[in-house]
Design a protein around this ligand. Structure first.
Ligand code: XMP
Length: 326
């Protein structure tokens, strides 16, 4: 019978069989999927797993701390943080195309892992051990949308499925490959992960880079981070987290419009709120947020983020619109 406990046990067993007495490395993105995948593998092979958290500088406010504190406290996993912000921003500079951004980010992720292996597992490697396995939190919808499961067309190359180099030295361990999000959460709870991690709304691996329509820069990231935090705070305060699957906050960096702020004319950027309700991200409906909550978010963002002079609401379902803007 399908219970979270049975599934967790079966997946742990599968992972143990696949990895044998090898070593594994797992990239934590800050999201539920990679955390649950890592917790499963941790249970299966203990400290033969090393978790690597690449801080690519594309994270939301507070996410680095959440991984370093909450995740480690819950699992006891070995965690290494790589500071890669400078590299990612350099590689992304001048790039506006969404798929090009994903490819660069996917590639740099792998490079960062390889760097981490050399640095962190150096002494193990010196003993002849090799890190053979790369753990990823790929879910069923990722597999289907990338054309990996059913031969459907490639809609977006999710960096955790596509974009991996051909000469990848690792075998992939993808214990969540057949699961949907709610099942992953159930398994995570079963493994003792705290609610802050398990109930976290999905956030894409490429992070805020695909929520800046246009080129990604440090300044743009900083302002999007402020707007995103305001939206998250107010949605939580309003008690809406349970109705919302996720709420991308998007910066239209190449769009400017005229506004009037303080005593003068401004020529600023719009922020898009994209709250959606969904079961599995394959389809989604736009969430009917109460007007009063939208008003607070809009007022706060335009007051607290001076570069933004307009807040707009995305009222498109999926299909035709995808959840993310890129
Ligand atoms: P879309 O925009 O395709 O998003 O409707 C469906 C779900 O996938 C997330 N998403 C990604 N996750 N790497 C990820 O790990 C990606 O490149 C990526 N693109 C979209 C998105 O946040 C939503 O939950």
């Amino acid at each position: 019978t399908w219970t979270a406990a049975n599934i967790a046990d079966a997946l742990v067993e599968q992972v143990r069989t696949q990895i044998g007495d090898g070593l594994a490395i797992c990239g934590l993105s800050g999201g539920v999927d990679s955390a649950v995948a890592a917790a499963l593998v941790q249970r299966a092979i203990g400290d033969r797993l090393t978790c690597v958290f690449v801080d690519h500088g594309l994270l939301r406010a507070g996410e680095r701390e959440q991984v370093q504190q909450d995740f480690v406290a819950a699992t006891g996993a070995r965690l290494v943080t790589v500071d890669a912000e400078e590299t990612f921003l350099r590689e992304l500079s001048g790039v506006s195309d969404p798929e090009a951004k994903r490819k660069i980010i996917g590639r740099e992720f792998i490079r960062s892992f390889e760097g981490a292996i050399t640095d962190v597992l150096g002494d193990r490697a010196a003993h002849g051990d090799k890190v053979d396995f790369l753990v990823q939190g790929t879910l069923y919808p990722d597999v289907v949308e990338s054309g990996g499961g059913s031969g459907t067309a490639n809609i977006k190359s999710h960096h955790n499925v596509g974009g991996l180099p051909e000469d990848l030295e690792f075998s992939l361990v993808e214990p969540l490959r057949l699961l949907f999000k709610d099942e992953v959460r159930a398994v995570g709870r079963e493994l003792g992960l705290p609610e802050e991690i398990v109930a976290r709304q999905p956030f894409p691996g490429p992070g805020l880079a695909i929520r800046i329509v246009g080129e990604v820069t440090g300044e743009r990231l900083a302002l999007l981070r402020k707007a995103d935090l305001i939206a998250r705070e107010e949605l939580t305060t309003a008690g809406l987290d349970n109705q919302i699957w996720q709420c991308p906050v998007v910066l239209l960096a190449d769009v400017r419009s005229v506004g009037v702020q303080g005593d003068g004319r401004t020529y600023g950027h719009p922020i898009v709120l994209r709250p959606v309700s969904s079961e599995d991200a394959m389809t989604a409906d736009w969430t009917r947020i109460p007007y009063e909550v939208l008003e607070i978010i809009s007022t706060r963002i335009t007051n607290e983020v001076p570069e933004v002079n307009r807040v707009v609401l995305d009222v498109t379902s999926k299909p035709p619109g995808t959840i993310e803007w890129e």
